[in-house]
Write a protein that binds this ligand. Structure first.
Ligand code: ZN
Ligand code: ZN
Ligand code: FE
Length: 763
């Protein structure tokens, strides 16, 4: 007894292809004396294992316990098999059948083994910028179709040399079936070009690039998901030159440093932040910068936070080993355009910006910007979810069918669902010009192909002029569903937390099209996936000049003061009013009076802008959310008292409104009493949190709901998010926040898709 051999068939789904899973199984089987087979299937990996009962159990347990670092197992099922007396364990080659429900791995940063070889003078890949193995390297950006095999990737142009092929075919080798496997003899090469794109004769383009950077030149570097513009982050003049050429006034640049120790010299880094920085997904992490860290002021002007990332490709590691200590690495694009990916496209697009180009001859099939994250309220949260995370799906609580969510306009992404998975695209950008629109369409087509999804339902924003809405309108033979912006925000957060409605949703952002045609953005909803009611909203303020008021918070400042004080505002001895020409200010109030180009908005983002201006933080912003961000950064200390607040019924049959005037008056009084900005900002944040919590508590009792969902770009504000979570939790409410997709419009497409899915199912 016990020596009898039994057999079992294991079916594993998840990210189990292209991540070294079969060789891992092979080695596990060899170690346990198991015989049988392992093969890729359309849904994952299938194993037939024969051995003694105890060995089989240990083998099965090892699979989940020791799985390869890049794999993700979502399901593992076991069925008994009749033993057929295998003499050994074999890896069955992929057949021609499509593996279309298999998950594709995101691009993965260079692993420690490859890094060691890269810097080992005796290794045959010493200094080779494209070294990789099954545990690391490009994936999503080089795949054109599935199954994930070399002929379906941009590596198809490179035939493997004998040595590489031997590694590729050896199950005990780290490069067994590593599709991008390459070496200096047979793989892609880098080359250096001048500003006109003309090839430069140099023996070692990488070292030469490092030297050029140290001399202060701007070099466009073709990487994994597109071009970066690189410049010495310690060189003030060089960084300023990049800003001028890129037409980017104040939006912070991200920097790269060679390792965690170096990063700690630039910023204060918690354990959680360190884990995130060094994870194989390698996002840009927003960190609190240190003074006198040797970073040029122009990298992140007037901003306490610094976006830092560590090298994630072998090329980065080589440049950082020889180049400047701090390297600005910003997306290689002109402002508002998608990141450049092709060599000749890069030369053309970046000709006026870069002094030199370091390019390579491996195509990028799908561009992908760096992901950006920040640890707030103790959790990792996305500001931008892209390279390293896409296309890992969001696992849903139920089957959503095949739906496409087209997203909004800013920070656009698309989302496709299939079964219980929702696939969010990489960051596409602000959908405001033709080239971004083309990238949007390309992404949709690409995702349909590699995920094998043919959407039956297309979800879109209610804003008729968004390019994403127009795209949806052009789709034929599908069911189209319009989804309200703030509803989509709440449902995106419900989806990633796998909760069903109804919930109380706080949907706070800058701008979104309301069901009444006005601009919303401070919305308290009672929502489930298929429908919502607007229970309350921030009291409305006029936006004199419409879109101009977004770029110029002083307009919101005047509008808010006018709302609170009427024409008496001009008697207030506020420094803010001295910073604005009175004729201009009076022009604003006239626009409000005449309702001329002064749309009303319940946006909380605009209220932050108003306070930002009135409190003297800034009158003009250069990127979305800058005002609110600086107001947040100014906050300090504890709060002893709050501003007045209230909520009231706006009118018969209407939602409750929370007028901004009591808060604005409180801020003004504080300013007149010379209360420091740090205190005003803290009190403003705390007042909003207490006010909304009070309102939610009332709604929760009235509707017997105890779950509160927080979504929208305003929740990227760490102080506000922390305060809201604390206040709501103190009331015994369950609070749900974003951890898998961004709270901003980058997560909108997920919510849209799930609303549409629910609407279609209910009808
Ligand atoms: Zn590796
Ligand atoms: Zn080779
Ligand atoms: Fe939004």
């Amino acid at each position: 007894m016990g020596k009898e051999r039994t057999a079992v068939r294991l079916s594993i789904s998840g990210i189990v292809q292209g991540v070294g899973f079969r060789p891992f199984i092979y080695q596990l089987a060899a170690a346990r004396g198991i015989t049988g087979t392992v093969a890729n299937t359309p849904s994952g990996v299938s194993i037939v294992a024969e051995g003694e009962r105890a060995a089989l159990d240990a083998f099965t347990a090892d699979i989940t316990a020791k799985k390869p670092p890049l794999s993700e197992i979502t399901e593992i099922t076991a069925e008994p098999e009749r033993p057929s007396g295998f003499s050994g364990f074999t890896i069955i080659k992929s057949g021609g059948e499509s593996a279309r429900s298999t998950l594709i791995s995101p691009d993965v940063s260079i692993c420690d083994d490859c890094l060691a070889e890269l810097f080992d003078p005796n290794d045959r890949r010493y200094g080779y910028p494209f070294i990789n193995c099954t545990n690391c390297g490009p994936r999503y950006t080089i795949i054109d179709d599935i199954p994930y095999d070399r002929p379906k990737t941009s590596m198809k142009h490179f035939g493997m040399c004998d040595l590489c092929l031997a590694e590729y075919e050896d199950p005990s080798n780290r490069r067994f079936h590593a599709q991008p496997n390459a070496c200096p003899e047979c793989g892609p090469q880098v080359s250096l070009h001048d500003a006109k794109g003309k090839g430069m004769d140099c023996a070692d383009p990488v070292t030469r690039t490092a030297d050029l950077l140290k001399e202060g030149h701007i070099v466009a570097v073709k990487g994994l998901g597109g071009f970066h513009l690189a410049v010495d982050g310690g060189n003030e003049a060089a960084v300023k030159r990049l800003r001028e050429r890129k037409l980017r006034e104040e939006k912070p640049f991200a920097v790269m440093v060679k390792d965690l120790a170096e990063a700690r010299t630039l910023a204060r880094i918690s354990e959680e932040e360190a884990a995130l920085l060094t994870s194989f997904r390698r996002p840009i992490v927003l960190l609190e910068g240190r003074d006198d860290a040797g970073v040029a002021e122009a990298v992140s002007p007037k901003n306490r936070y610094l976006g830092i990332m560590l090298p994630y490709t072998p090329l980065h590691a080589l440049i950082m080993a020889a180049g400047p200590r701090v390297l600005v690495m910003t997306s290689g694009n002109r402002s508002d355009e998608p990141i450049a990916i092709e060599n000749h496209g890069g030369f053309a697009d970046l000709a006026e910006i870069a002094d030199y180009f370091l390019v390579h001859d491996r195509d990028i099939y799908l561009r992908s910007d760096d992901s950006i994250m920040r640890v707030t309220a103790g959790e990792r949260r996305f500001i931008r979810r892209s390279r390293g995370y896409v296309p890992v799906p969001v696992f849903l609580s139920g089957d959503a069918g095949q739906v496409l969510g087209c997203g909004g306009e800013q920070k656009s992404t698309v989302c496709m669902t299939k079964g219980n998975k929702a696939f969010l695209s990489q960051h596409i950008g602000d959908l405001k010009n033709l080239s971004t629109h083309d990238f949007f369409k390309l992404t949709v087509d690409h995702m349909k192909r590699i995920l094998h999804i043919e959407p039956e339902v297309v979800a879109h924003d209610l804003h008729p002029d968004y390019l994403s809405t127009r795209y949806a309108m052009e789709q034929e033979g599908v069911r189209r569903v319009g989804v309200q912006h703030h509803h989509a925000h709440i449902v995106s957060c419900m989806a990633e937390n796998r909760i069903e409605g109804p919930v109380i949703g706080l949907s706070f952002d800058g701008t979104g099209y309301g069901t009444d045609g006005t601009i919303w953005g401070g919305e308290v909803l009672i929502a489930s996936a298929e429908k919502f009611t607007r229970a309350a909203h921030m009291g409305r303020l006029a936006m004199p000049g419409g879109g101009a008021a977004v770029k110029e918070p002083w307009r919101m400042g005047i509008s808010a003061l006018y709302d609170a004080y009427g024409a008496d505002l001009f008697d207030l001895p506020l420094p803010f009013l001295r910073s604005v020409e009175e004729s201009k200010a009076r022009f604003m109030t006239a626009m409000v009076d005449k309702k001329l180009n002064a749309p009303m908005t319940s946006s909380l983002g605009r209220l932050f802008d108003a306070v930002c201006a009135v409190a003297g933080v800034r009158n003009r912003v250069y990127f979305e959310g800058q005002g609110a961000m600086e107001l947040e950064m100014a906050a300090e200390g504890t709060v002893d008292r709050l501003y007045d607040y209230r909520w009231e019924l706006a009118g018969e049959g209407e939602a409750l409104a929370l007028p901004p005037s009591p808060i604005i008056k409180g801020v003004v009084e504080d300013i007149l009493n010379r209360v420091p900005l740090s205190e005003i900002s803290m009190r403003f944040h705390a007042t909003l949190a207490r006010m909304f919590t009070g309102l939610v508590k009332e709604l929760s009792e009235k509707n017997t709901l105890d779950r509160v969902v927080l979504s929208g770009g305003v929740f990227q504000n760490s102080i506000f998010l922390t305060e809201m979570i604390r206040e709501l939790s103190l009331c015994g409410l369950s609070v749900y926040t974003h951890k898998i997709v961004p709270a901003n419009d980058g997560g909108l497409s997920l919510g849209q898709a799930l609303v549409a899915s629910a609407v279609v199912r209910k009808s």
